[in-house]
Ligand binder design. Structure first.
Ligand code: S3P
Length: 174
């Protein structure tokens, strides 16, 4: 039985939906950002400011490799940029059942508008950053995923239920 990875843009609901899906799957939930922060011994923001974005990508990739080494299946919420690395995308295709939580640009802009402390969005024009990042990443999320669940205007429980049903359908379990 493979672990389930949730991928998608910042604000797509991976960290909220993840624990709900883990409950339904009766598996532990892990957050890749938290694992990478633990490995780095620093927060995401500290790594971005001290080692730049490329430093964060290395910690993120090491964290993903560490989860693959774990034997018991889990539900893993990945950071939004995990798909930038081709090797990570291969891992997500081969070692996980990967679900892309797809959220539209307009909803992401609305959700990420307030109180955002994510380093990539702490820029003069966060809305333009969201548009550019999403444009660059959309096809990578699609390439890494086995399943896509749309999240616009849905509660987290609804998204978790849909993800659970899609996993059951794909794996032939009920
Ligand atoms: C990032 C997303 C963040 C975190 C880091 C970079 C990204 O995770 O990994 O700030 O590149 O999209 P969330 O998607 O959990 O916010």
């Amino acid at each position: 039985m493979k672990s389930i990875a949730l991928i998608g843009f910042m604000g797509s609901g991976k960290s909220t939906v993840g624990p709900l899906l883990a409950q339904r799957q009766d598996r532990p939930f892990f957050d890749l950002d938290t694992i990478a922060e633990r490995l780095a011994g620093k927060t995401v923001s500290e790594v971005f400011s001290g080692e730049s974005e490329s430093g964060w990508r290395l910690w993120e990739s090491r964290a993903l490799a560490a989860v693959v080494d774990e034997e018991s299946p889990c539900v893993l919420a990945c950071g939004g940029g995990v798909i930038l690395d081709a090797n990570n995308r291969d891992i997500l295709r081969q070692s996980f059942l990967t679900i892309y939580l797809e959220t539209s640009e307009a909803v992401l802009i609305e959700r990420l508008r307030r109180g955002n402390r994510r380093p990539l969005l702490m820029v003069a024009d966060p809305e333009a950053a969201i548009v550019a990042l999403l444009k660059a990443r959309r096809s990578l999320y699609e390439a890494a995923a086995h399943l896509i669940v749309k999240t616009d205007h849905k509660e987290a429980v609804e998204v978790a239920d849909e993800a659970q049903a899609a996993v059951a359908k794909l794996t032939g379990e009920q």
